[in-house]
Each structure stands twice: as structure tokens, then as C-alpha cells.
Design a protein. Sequence first.
Length: 174
Amino acid sequence: MIRSVFEQRPLDAAVADAASATLEFDRARAWFRSALDGAVEPLGAEVWVLDAALEQIVLVRHPWRGLVPPGGKVEPGECPRDGAARELAEETGLRPPLLERPAAVAVRSFGPGLPRTLSLSYAAIGDPEQPLIAEDGQPAAWMRLDQGWDSCFPDDVLRIRQYAGRLRSGSSAW
């Protein structure tokens, strides 16, 4: 498949970020390599904003997905990292620097009838004292990692806890 530079740049960035992600779920790297032969849209990107103690995370109450990390669709021509940062700012008002290494890569469908796609999770360290400015109809709040939360992605709680544990142990650099 021949792609324009506008289409290829985000895919190249997604390939690099998927390869360097700390955690891989759903055999995402192999899935993505095979999916590159066709149209890979939309890409999904989110940010796991953790507090410095790695005990809390920012979650957004999505109308039908439940509590999820801020994120969404990567726009055409946009690299996944930039899309994640944009979605974070739109949904919470937060603009912390994203950690250099992506937190995780997974494959998921973001809703009934939607195609499976690559989802890149980035991480950032945020300040729980900073006010959250949520989008209309999608309140944002800090939640403790030792509590569960209702989400259409039930594995997220364990995945994020696993990532926070790796940060605590120093096996993933800040």
C-alpha cells in the first residue's frame, strides 16, 4: 500500500513507539506489523497521568466506556504521542510532559461495531493539587490505584498497576 508522507509519518511514529513501549498486551506488536499492509485507522492514544507517589491516576468518565484514562483518536497526520498530549489537554486541562518511553501498547476496539486498532498508552507524572478542567459531559478525577474502577476495559486497572510497579522498581526510567 502506497501512503503519502502525511499518512506515513504517524505510522512510522506508531511503529517506533509500539516497539519501545514498556508493556505489550494482546500481542499488539505482531498485530500491528500485519495490519500495516492495509488501512490502520484510527490509531488510539491515551495518557496514564500518575501522581509522584505512583498511588493515583487521572481518569475521565466517558459516557459509555466508564472510567478511562484521558485519550482518544489520533487525528490524520498527527503522531500518536502528540494526539495523546492533545487529548489529555482537551479532557483534563493538564499538560505535563509525557515520559519518554511509552507505557504500553495494546489492541482494542473502542466501541461496539468499531474496528480493532492499535492503542498506545503514554505516561506522565502530574500534581493532584492542579485543578482538572474537564470536557462537558466527561468529568475527570484522580482515583487511587489500589481501588478498582468501572470501565469497558476491565484489564486496564491491572495493566496500569503493573506499569506503576515497574516505575516504582526502577525498571522503567522516568
